[in-house]
Design a protein around this ligand. Structure first.
Ligand SMILES: [Zn+2]
Length: 463
């Protein structure tokens, strides 16, 4: 039976606004539960809340899937500037930074590029390097992890990296290449300081100053959780589309933008499509699976576990026709979809054009290992990041990721409602594209691995 799109889409957009639960989800996740570091009690509470919501919407098979996580905890960290009057500087350790207690000369290595450190080589062994995490403006960009590996290979014992924006801010960043999915395999101890204290260190680096870097941290095994639920397909029940987002946060962040926003929109999109079916009888053509992942901030361990369980180890589960990942939706309005592979672009753009909202489908030049679509792509599943203004032109007050300042006051609830309305329409439309019009699903896994290897050392272009 053809879908009455006018009825379906009016219903979805209206109910995305009036009766929205977006505010409730954000408050529960960020205020009531708070930080949701993978493997923590907060993350467990979040997974239970999400599963209960899925069930209340009438989805099928709502469940929590536990998996083993290699996790990390930092009890304390400090950077001390030694001198007549030792001074403690602003500090946040990088994620999975090993314990360190080191006093050494400070060497300013600029951005850590080859041409910058070459004349410094004799001074690097055993030193603490001051390095900007940004990209050196006159050269092709190099990933932070590559620059840290270079410094480690030259004997640098620890790195201090200042935050780019002012205001004594620091964030929890990572130091390794996420393509490897080995969280504890870090090049060397990396701690972040504020722009202000970084500038102070820069002014003193020429005058034989020593600094002391201390991090007290431990690695341990824990249990993290994914959630999952399904909305049945009416016409091709054996086929699926997939909408996912991570529900975990960095260790001290309430995670409003990253990623209470994406989790909220997964929940709202699930509610809208389930209630549309209940209230109007209009359901998806192929099934839609909704999931949230734990431990994304710990090198994507949740989505890796999910893909392994459902699409690598289990051979009877249909692989999704398309997986869309939602992350940091507080950064701006929905622009469209950024695919990891080119095959589906005409089809997805066609569906977006029919909606008449000016949404665009792009194809990324590199496979993007910075989010939960990556393990899906690596397994040969067509996948995408929702396109929003992540870095260029984003709402300025969402630039507080991976810190305790990522709070709900910086989210625009009306934009989250719009995301849920538009996404439920996109998914409903894609669910009704007949299999005969869907490009054959034939990604070559060897070619994908070759591509991942070839792209090592390149910086993913993300707008
Ligand atoms: Zn995120």
């Amino acid at each position: 039976m053809p879908v009455d799109w006018q009825t379906a889409e009016s219903w979805l957009m209206g109910n995305a606004w009036v009766g929205s639960l977006a505010s409730d989800h954000v408050r529960t996740l960020c205020d009531t539960i708070g930080t949701r570091w993978g493997g923590s009690d907060g993350e467990r509470q979040a997974a239970e809340y999400i599963r209960e919501q899925f069930e209340s919407f009438g989805l099928e098979g709502s469940g929590i899937e536990e998996f083993d996580v290699s996790t990390w905890e930092s009890e304390s960290a400090s950077i001390t500037l030694n001198g007549v009057q030792p001074r403690r500087l602003d500090v946040r350790p990088s994620l999975f930074c090993p314990s360190v207690d080191l006093t050494a000369p400070l060497v300013d290595v600029g951005f850590g590029m080859d041409h910058e450190i070459e004349p410094l080589t004799p001074r690097l062994s055993g030193s603490i390097a001051l390095m900007s995490g940004a990209y050196e403006p006159f050269s092709p960009p190099e990933p932070l992890s590559d620059r840290l590996e270079r410094l480690a290979s030259l004997g640098v014992a620890a790195v201090i990296s200042p935050y780019a924006a002012g205001g004594r801010r620091t964030t929890h960043g990572s130091s390794n290449d996420w393509r490897d999915n080995r969280p504890a395999s870090v090049p060397l101890p990396l701690v972040f300081t504020s722009r202000e204290d970084g500038a102070l260190l820069g002014r003193l680096a020429a005058s034989d100053v020593t600094v002391t870097v201390r991090v007290d941290a431990s690695y341990r095994d824990g249990v993290s959780r994914n959630t999952v639920a399904d909305l049945a397909g009416d016409t091709w029940p054996e086929e699926t589309l997939f909408l996912g987002a991570h529900h975990d946060t960095t260790p001290d962040s309430p995670g409003a933008n990253d990623n209470g926003s994406g989790t909220t929109v997964v929940l709202e999109t699930a509610r809208l499509l389930a209630r549309l079916k209940r209230d109007t009888g209009i359901g998806p053509g192929r099934a839609i699976r909704f999931a949230t992942f734990g431990s994304e901030e710990q090198t994507l361990q949740g989505s890796v576990a999910f893909v392994k369980r459902h699409y690598i180890d289990a051979h009877d589960e249909p692989r999704p026709r398309l997986m869309i990942n939602l992350d940091e939706l507080g950064t701006g309005t929905m622009k469209g979809v950024a695919l990891q592979f080119p095959e589906l672009r005409p089809l997805v753009q066609g569906a977006l054009d029919e909606m008449g909202e000016g949404l665009r489908c792009h194809v990324m030049a590199q496979m993007d290992a910075s989010g939960d679509m990556f393990p899906f792509a690596r397994a040969g599943i067509q996948s995408a990041m929702l396109w929003r203004w992540r870095f260029v032109g984003r709402h300025p007050d969402t630039a507080f990721g991976h810190s305790s300042s990522d709070t709900p006051d910086k989210l625009r609830i009306r934009e989250l409602k719009e995301y849920a309305g538009l996404l439920s329409r996109v998914l409903l439309r894609l669910s009704h594209v007949p299999p005969s019009e869907w490009p054959a699903d034939e990604l070559d896994l060897n070619a994908v691995e070759r591509r991942i290897a070839d792209e090592r050392g390149s910086v993913v272009r993300t707008m």
